[in-house]
Design a protein around this ligand. Structure first.
Ligand SMILES: NC(=O)c1ccc[n+]([C@@H]2O[C@H](COP(=O)([O-])OP(=O)(O)OC[C@H]3O[C@@H](n4cnc5c(N)ncnc54)[C@H](OP(=O)(O)O)[C@@H]3O)[C@@H](O)[C@H]2O)c1
Length: 253
């Protein structure tokens, strides 16, 4: 069945990190499937570039790590469309941080963005998801369940997100709320640049990743976004607590 045929018409979807990469691809895919999408991120210009591509996308520029942000994000969707059906916790950051160079601030920042903010967004969305029998999709990583030398704290944040996914799935099942995760492997996006890696190192990392991936290449954001939609689709109504790895076979090594 084509995604366009699925049950997203007039559904309200919040997607964090919608100004680039996987979040932008997911925002466009949900909008094309008929949803009302609130795309969230810090950079207004990046969000505007996403919104320009489909009239079904509205945007809110905010730092989701800020104390008041989770409630404000959810309220913005509710004010505009009257509820929330799907929360996609996609915004996140990676960090190359060998243990010898780890600092309290960098560890805390990573956990605040990758674990605390998705948790508080889910909490803020909860009353609305209860009303709609909605769903939450968390975006993890292959390294949420595989070790990642030099990226250990990033891996730990994604591992936490996977365990939150399973625990919330059980906790919220009585409310009819489904909670699943997509765990992408190396995918074309701004992630490595956003992590502060210089261009030559980004190129090296990308080449090394492509060589390691059994299917022989990095992924495209659309190839991850399509699975975010499928997990959120009401047609997947009996699926909860699952982490779907989309990584060209990398996790199998
Ligand atoms: N690409 C990969 O290889 C890969 C692999 C595994 C998992 N993932 C995960 O996939 C998700 C999406 O990443 P991506 O690959 O698409 O990378 P990306 O292009 O860097 O996207 C991350 C998005 O998150 C937003 N963001 C970052 N910090 C934020 C904050 N404090 N508040 C609000 N928004 C914030 C960024 O926008 P602003 O800078 O404008 O805020 C950006 O649009 C992340 O959770 C990442 O960990 C990616």
């Amino acid at each position: 069945m084509a995604i366009e045929d699925t049950g997203f018409v007039d559904r309200v979807v919040i997607i964090t990190g919608a100004g680039s990469g996987i979040g932008r691809a997911a925002a466009l895919a949900f909008a094309r499937a008929g949803a009302h999408v609130l795309g969230v991120g810090r950079r207004q210009d990046a969000l505007d570039s996403t919104a320009e591509q489909h009239p079904g996308i509205a945007v809110l520029a905010t730092d989701i790590s800020a104390a008041e942000a989770p409630d404000a994000v959810v309220q913005a969707a509710v004010d505009r469309w009257g509820g929330v059906d799907v929360l996609v916790n996609n915004a996140g950051a990676t960090a190359m941080m060998p243990l010898a160079e780890a600092t309290e601030n960098r560890i805390n920042d990573l956990f605040r963005l990758n674990v605390t903010a998705p948790s508080l967004l889910a909490r803020a969305a909860l009353p609305h998801l209860r009303r709609t029998n909605g769903s939450i999709i968390n975006v993890s990583s292959t390294f949420g369940h595989r070790p990642a030398p030099h990226f250990s704290h990033y891996a730990a944040t994604k591992s936490a997100l996977e365990q939150l996914t399973r625990s919330w799935a059980l906790e919220l099942a009585p409310d009819g709320i489904r909670v699943n995760a997509v765990a992408p492997g190396p995918t074309e996006s701004e992630a490595l640049t956003a992590a502060g890696l210089p261009t030559d190192l980004v190129d090296q990392v990308k080449k090394a990743e492509a060589e390691r991936i059994p299917l022989g290449r990095r992924g495209e954001p659309e190839e991850v976004a399509t699975w975010i939609l499928r997990l959120a689709d009401p047609a997947a109504g009996w699926l909860t607590g699952q982490v779907l790895t989309v990584d060209g076979g990398l996790e199998l090594l």
